[in-house]
Write a protein that binds this ligand. Structure first.
Ligand code: CA
Length: 369
């Protein structure tokens, strides 16, 4: 086994077993991972500090890398707007203004539509499926050349899990109720909603509440109970719809400038990769552990939970399919990623639709029964 592979395999195994804190050092025969080089990196986040789940994943990365390197490799994380605006993180990494960014591919589909597959597309993969596709199903191999065009090396950095459909002031009984509905929903989900008749708006996090309060919008999506509660939507919209079919398992990413990566000592590269994997695990776990209590508080405040009706879901799924097929027809690079992704999706859905679905659909509704 090559030395590099040994370090990679050994560290990954240690990380997955939760053993890094107990590591005493390299095993006999393994290369030393110590280096005296001092490195300080800046990471620009697309997220505000208040989103402790998402933003916090970059802090997990920074803390772990610093501990593993015994303080020699330090990373400072900057919230959106402090160094660069949240939606300019990819440009900042590409230009080397910062060493890395913490962001999401679907913010940058204007540069290359296929970057959406790094995050998620409507009616796409769940969190576990997205992770499986990226890391073991060939997704990263397909996407990394696209990111290399921006002088970037991308690493999965965590997932929110299935999001909520969001906050509505009026009932959505069927697709007729979407006609003219003014909704804040960005990205591909917004394009689908637009095809279903909604008037779509894109507003930054801090602008949503006042717009919803004064009636400039009738509805908004954000993330899920834990994050939504902080923005206070439950105080002004009493219908909380689910699921957020446009974000069934959105993956966040660390984007590293390739020149900065090349200058990084090999051991620090390994530390970064291991810590990124850990921060991804931590982020999903935080959402899964914190959302339940937040949802209970939201419901206790008088909010009603509503599933989207079957016809809304069907219409949205069909509109999504047309949208993705149209994009694939006109863009060979997109088509290549889409075809591979679609094949994996079919396989994953078949498998997850067996044991996982049978268990979930039987066991989850029985809670409290
Ligand atoms: Ca969302």
């Amino acid at each position: 086994m090559k030395r590099r592979q040994f370090v990679k395999t050994g560290l990954a195994a240690a990380a997955s077993a939760g053993l890094l804190g107990a590591c005493r050092g390299p095993q006999e025969g393994a290369p030393a991972v110590h280096t005296d080089t001092r490195v300080t990196w800046r990471i620009a986040s697309s997220f505000p500090r208040g989103l402790d789940t998402i933003y916090g994943a970059a802090e997990v990365l920074a803390e772990r890398v610093e501990a593993l390197s015994e303080g020699r490799f330090r990373i400072r994380v900057y919230p959106a707007g402090e160094l660069v605006p949240g939606l300019q993180v990819l440009d900042a990494v590409q230009q080397g203004t910062v060493h890395a960014g913490h962001t999401a591919g679907y913010y940058f589909t204007g540069k290359n539509p296929a970057l959406a597959f790094d995050t998620c597309v409507p009616f796409g993969l769940t969190s576990r499926q997205q992770t499986a596709w990226l890391t073991e199903g060939g997704g990263l191999e397909l996407l990394r050349p696209l990111f290399a065009d921006f002088n970037v090396l991308n690493f999965p950095a965590g997932n929110t899990g299935s999001q909520m459909g969001g906050w509505f002031k009026k009932e959505i009984a069927g697709t007729a109720d979407l006609q003219g509905l003014k909704m804040r929903i960005p990205g591909l989900g917004g394009q689908v909603m637009s095809r279903l008749g909604a008037t779509v708006q894109v507003l930054a996090g801090g602008d949503i509440y006042p717009a919803l309060e004064r009636g400039a919008i009738d509805a908004t999506e954000w993330v899920g109970p834990y994050d939504d509660e902080k923005l206070g939507f439950h105080k002004i919209a009493k219908l909380y719809y689910y699921p957020g079919w446009w974000e069934p398992g959105p993956n966040l990413s660390f984007y590293v400038n390739l020149d900065a990566w090349a200058k990084l000592p090999a051991a620090y590269q390994q530390m970064f990769e291991v810590a990124a994997a850990e921060s991804a695990t931590v982020m999903q776990a935080r959402y899964d552990a914190r959302n339940p209590a937040a949802l209970s508080r939201i419901v206790a405040s008088g909010v009603q939970l509503r599933p989207f009706s079957r016809d809304v879901m069907e219409a949205a799924a069909l509109a999504t399919e047309s949208l993705l097929e149209e994009e694939a027809a006109g863009d060979p690079a997109y088509r290549r990623v889409y075809a591979a992704w679609k094949k994996s999706k079919q396989e994953y859905f078949q498998w997850f639709g067996t044991a996982e679905l049978a268990y979930d659909s039987f066991a989850f509704p029985r809670v409290g029964a």
